[in-house]
Design a protein around this ligand. Structure first.
Ligand SMILES: Cc1cc2nc3c(=O)[nH]c(=O)nc-3n(C[C@H](O)[C@H](O)[C@H](O)COP(=O)(O)OP(=O)(O)OC[C@H]3O[C@@H](n4cnc5c(N)ncnc54)[C@H](O)[C@@H]3O)c2cc1C
Length: 396
C-alpha cells in the first residue's frame, strides 16, 4: 500500500460490502439504468393510475423476476443477493408502489410455491410468474386479523365426495389483489387444533366466488393496488393445497422471514435514495448567502442519517449472508426489518425538514418517499409485533 493510499480516506470506494461480486455490480448497473429509463419517467403518472401490468411483463422479459429463482422455471439461478440488488435498484424508479408489487411477486408469493409446491404447481404458476405473464398476490390479512395471524377466519372445508375444498372468507389490504391471476391464500381447515389447523391454497382469481370487492385508498404506495377480497363458496380441487394440510401456519411464518428481509433491504435503499436526493438539494439550496448543507446543524443531520443507514445496511447484509448460507435467523431478520423500517421513516422525515417548504411539495418527490416508506413500519409485521418476536426469542 502506498503512502498516499494510507493518508487518503476511500469515501468513493464501491466495494464496501463483502456479499456482492462484480456480477452483482453489473446487475446493479443494468437494473438501475432500466429503472431510470423505463420506470422513473412514468412514476408520477402511476401514482394516479397504478402501474400497468405491462411493466411486469417487461421485467419478466428482462429476467428481473427470477434473478434468484431456479433455471428450470425460467429463473436466472442466482443467489439471494441478486434479489437484494433488485429491491435496492428499483428505488431509482421512484415508484414505491411498483417496488412493493414486485416484491410481492418475487419475494412473498413465489417462495412458498417453490418451497412447498408440487412440481405441477411450480410449472403452472412459478414459470409464468417469472416470465411476467402471471401476477401473484398473497392473502394473509383479514378485516378482523392482521398481526394476529392465528386469528384469521377464512375457512376451507374438505368435501370428501368431490375431493375438493370449499373456501369462504375475506382478505384485506392485499397488494396486487385487483390484478392478480393467483392468490396464495392462508385458510383455516381445522379451527379446533390451534396452529396445526391452517392450510395454504393456490386459488386462481378467476374462479367463481372470488370477488374483488374494492380498491382501497391509502396514504402512500399509490402506484400499487390494494384490495379487499371476498371468497364465497369457492370450490378448489384438493390439488390446490400448497404444502401440507394443517401446516399452513408454519409455512406462512417461514414465508414471512423472506418478506421481512426483502422489506428491510427496500427500507435501507429507500432511505439511501431520499438521503442522496436531499444531499444534492442541500448543496444547491442557498440561505443567508451559503448552501444550507454548510450549516453545521444540517451537516450533522446528514452525518446522523448516514450512520444510521450504514448500520441498518450492515445488519441487512449480514443477515442476508446467513439466510443465503442456510440459516434461519428469525431474531436477526426481525431486528433488521424493525431497525431498517424505523430509520427509513426517520430519514424521510428529516429529509422533508431539510428541504423546507419544498419537502412538502409534490414536485420534489420527498413527500411521496415519506408517505411510501411509512408502510414499512406496518406491513410484514408491525414494529410492535417484531419487538414481541425479538423479546420472546430470549424466553421472556
Ligand atoms: C399498503 C399495505 C399493503 C399490504 N399488503 C398486504 C398483502 O399483500 N397481503 C397481506 O396479507 N397483508 C398485507 N398488508 C397487511 C399488513 O401485513 C397488516 O396491516 C399488518 O400485519 C398489521 O395488521 P393490522 O393492520 O390488522 O393491524 P393490527 O394487527 O390490528 O394492529 C394494530 C396495532 O396494534 C398493535 N398490536 C397488535 N398486536 C400486538 C401485540 N401482540 N403487542 C403489541 N401491539 C400489538 C400493532 O402493532 C398495531 O400498532 C398490507 C398492509 C398495507 C398497509
Amino acid at each position: 500500500m502506498s503512502t498516499s493510499q494510507v493518508v487518503k480516506p476511500d469515501h468513493a470506494s464501491q466495494r464496501k460490502h463483502f456479499i456482492f461480486t462484480d456480477e452483482h455490480d453489473q446487475l446493479r448497473e443494468t437494473i438501475r439504468r432500466w429503472a431510470i429509463n423505463e420506470v422513473l419517467p412514468h412514476a408520477a403518472e402511476w401514482e394516479q393510475t397504478t402501474f400497468p401490468d405491462s411493466i411486469i411483463k417487461r421485467m419478466g422479459e428482462l429476467g428481473f423476476l427470477g434473478l434468484d429463482k431456479p433455471v428450470e422455471y425460467g429463473g436466472q439461478g442466482g443467489d439471494y443477493y441478486s434479489s437484494l440488488v433488485l429491491a435496492e435498484e428499483l428505488t431509482y424508479g421512484e415508484s414505491g408502489g411498483l417496488a412493493m408489487g414486485i416484491a410481492v411477486q418475487t419475494d412473498m408469493a413465489m417462495p412458498p410455491i417453490l418451497a412447498f409446491g408440487t412440481e405441477q404447481q411450480k410449472q403452472q404458476w412459478v414459470t409464468p410468474a417469472i416470465a411476467g405473464e402471471k401476477i401473484l398476490c398473497l392473502g394473509i390479512t383479514e378485516p378482523d386479523a392482521g398481526s394476529d395471524v392465528a386469528g384469521i377466519k377464512t375457512r376451507a372445508v374438505y368435501d370428501e365426495a368431490n375431493d375438493e375444498y370449499v373456501i369462504n372468507g375475506s382478505k384485506t389490504y392485499i397488494t396486487n389483489g385487483l390484478r392478480a391471476d393467483l392468490i396464495v391464500l392462508v385458510t383455516k381447515t381445522d379451527p379446533d387444533v390451534g396452529y396445526d389447523g391452517f392450510t395454504l391454497f393456490l386459488v386462481p382469481m378467476d374462479l367463481p366466488g372470488v370477488i374483488r370487492e374494492k380498491k382501497l385508498e391509502k396514504l402512500g404506495m399509490h402506484a400499487s393496488d390494494t384490495a379487499l377480497l371476498a371468497f364465497q363458496d369457492v370450490h378448489v380441487p384438493a390439488s390446490a393445497v400448497l404444502g401440507q394440510v394443517g401446516k399452513g401456519f408454519y409455512h406462512i411464518m417461514w414465508e414471512l422471514q423472506g418478506e421481512r428481509l426483502i422489506g428491510a433491504a427496500g427500507s435501507v435503499a429507500g432511505a439511501q435514495h431520499v438521503f442522496d436526493k436531499t444531499l444534492k438539494y442541500a448543496k444547491e439550496r442557498k440561505a443567508f448567502g451559503r448552501s444550507i448543507g454548510s450549516f453545521q446543524v444540517t451537516r450533522h443531520k446528514f452525518a446522523e442519517m448516514a450512520t444510521k443507514i450504514e448500520l441498518a445496511r450492515s445488519m441487512v447484509y449480514t443477515t442476508a449472508w446467513r439466510f443465503q448460507n442456510g440459516d434461519y435467523p428469525v431474531r436477526e431478520i426481525s431486528m433488521a426489518k424493525l431497525n431498517a423500517a424505523r430509520i427509513a421513516v426517520e430519514v424521510a422525515d428529516e429529509c422533508i425538514q431539510i428541504h423546507g417548504g419544498a419537502g412538502y411539495m409534490q414536485e420534489y418527490g420527498i413527500e411521496r418517499a415519506w408517505r411510501d416508506l411509512r408502510i414499512n413500519r406496518i406491513g410484514a409485521g408491525t414494529d410492535e409485533v417484531l419487538l414481541e418476536v425479538i423479546g420472546r426469542s430470549y424466553d421472556l
